[in-house]
Design a protein around this ligand. Structure first.
Ligand code: GTR
Length: 458
């Protein structure tokens, strides 16, 4: 018979061990942390010989120091970071990477709530849909925000905001969600670049709406194509022509690309949240997957009203360090997607070492607010290690601002999230995707950090 005292001691021992394996990332038996599967590396290198997936072939590189001003002065305290270096780094990203977006809320922008249902999803949620007319003109560019807020929680509600790839009606089978009339990329349920009713709910595996509501969070989502359709048309459609200032009929080399536009749209959604008393606008978490993960990081870097920023499998031009040239490179992304970044970014095709920034500095711009970055085991195109290293090299800025950064130096094991510091990270089993596992970890991170820091927007 084991006495209850011994049982208690054993229980305490095992909970300490499990705490350590999660937070010091011993990841079960995997003390060395995550490494790409050698079989996968061989397979990918055979399939795409022009792409590097071999860690041994990552070139030597030196990262720019986020705490060193362009004039060579060292940033030694939080005041200098805030007053001088942060604006300088932001300006470098505007000039060389994402381009310059219009500043602030457009004067004539209007919000119209065209749907309000207090007994949505069997009474679990209040659903609303809001039309945002960016220029205040009926026939001008417009985005629709779909919002679910839990009914059984005290208002205001901390809320996730996420852009989606297929239209708001794809995130859930709720038949009252407006079927998007915007331009769509070809795919199932799409006829002549428009959504048909067949596409309702088709992305629901990426949006565990009920789970989010049950954990006390709201969810707001917007179709990214409402802000700018994702194809290169010389910036004639979407939001760009309404706000672009041309010089002699031409766009400037630092004019905003599509990522800049999508991120700007997220800030306009925040403008709306500030007018809705049921949404806790001081606890809005901006999140995105893949190209929209790049977008979430840029949105959170530019707009400090976002309390937490989450990048899911964002890769090149997102959380991954460009200088590693592992998986997708600057040259590759600018060739495949010439409309995502500003024109100046193309100067760095094959010349990553000349960039005055790297992506750890994008994460540093979010400091000291909590940021969570994820990778996926099989998503070598997005360079999991490069995503982790960007978090690690952003940490000195967090520490200078009095926040704990990552708290570790090497990659955690598979499925072993790091969440105690203001920089969180996990590498999940499986492919490039946004899964329920990812959402559970985002909510764990938000539970921990929204309570602890009680972020205030500004
Ligand atoms: C890929 C692109 C990535 C990533 C992804 C996505 O084709 O190379 O940078 O953004 O698309 O957004 O799905």
């Amino acid at each position: 018979m084991i006495s209850s005292k011994i049982l208690l001691v054993l229980l305490a021992f095992f909970s300490i061990v499990s705490f350590l394996t999660e937070d010091l990332c011993l990841g079960g038996m995997d003390n060395d942390g995550w490494k790409a599967s050698p079989e996968l590396v061989v397979k990918l290198m055979q399939r795409h010989s022009e792409t590097n997936y071999d860690e041994q072939k990552v070139p030597e590189y030196t990262l720019p120091d986020p705490l060193l001003m362009s004039d060579g002065t060292k940033v030694t305290n939080a005041q200098v970071w805030r007053a001088k270096r942060r604006p300088e780094v932001l300006e470098l990203f505007r000039t060389h990477v994402y381009g310059r977006s219009p500043i602030g809320r457009p004067q004539d922008m209007t919000f119209k709530v065209f749907d309000l249902e207090r007994r949505a999803l069997g009474g679990l949620a209040t659903r609303s849909q809001v039309a945002v007319d960016f220029t205040g003109k009926q026939n001008g560019p417009e985005m629709d925000i779909l919002i679910y807020l839990p009914n059984d929680r005290k208002k205001p509600i901390p809320t996730f905001v996420i852009l989606n790839f297929g239209g708001n009606h794809t995130i859930h089978s709720d038949p009252a969600i407006k079927l998007s009339g915007s331009w769509m990329r070809p795919g199932s349920g799409i006829v002549k670049n428009r959504a048909s009713a067949d596409s309702r709910g088709k992305a629901s595996s990426r949006f565990p709406v009920e789970e989010i509501l049950k954990r006390g969070y709201g969810l707001a989502t917007i179709y990214y194509g409402d802000i700018d359709p994702d194809f290169h048309d010389g910036f004639k459609n979407g939001i760009h022509p309404a706000f672009d200032k041309l010089r002699e009929g031409k766009r400037a080399s630092d004019a905003w690309g599509s990522i800049g536009a999508w991120a700007w749209g997220l800030s306009r959604a925040m403008d709306y949240f500030e007018t809705n008393a049921d949404i806790d606008h001081e606890r809005v978490i901006v999140l995105g997957h893949s190209r929209l993960g790049k977008t979430a990081l840029w949105a959170g870097a530019r707009d400090e009203r976002f309390a937490i920023v989450i990048s899911n499998n964002s890769g090149c031009g997102g959380a991954a360090l460009s200088r590693r040239r592992f998986g997708e490179t600057v040259g590759r992304i600018n060739t495949s997607f010439p409309h995502w970044f500003c024109e100046n970014f193309k100067k760095y095709n094959g010349k990553e070492d000349d960039l005055p920034v790297d992506q750890h500095m994008l994460i540093a711009l979010i400091a000291p607010r909590p940021v969570y970055v994820t990778s996926a085991d099989e998503d070598l195109w997005a360079d999991p290690k490069g995503e982790f290293l960007a978090c690690k090299h952003a940490a000195p800025v967090y520490r200078m601002l009095g926040a704990k950064g990552l708290g570790i130096d090497h990659m955690p094991g598979l499925d072993s999230p790091i969440k105690a510091g203001n920089i969180g990270y996990h590498v999940r089993s499986g492919r490039h995707n946004l899964t329920e596992y990812d959402w559970q970890k985002f909510m764990d991170f938000a539970d921990l950090h929204l309570v602890m820091s009680g972020q205030s927007g500004n």
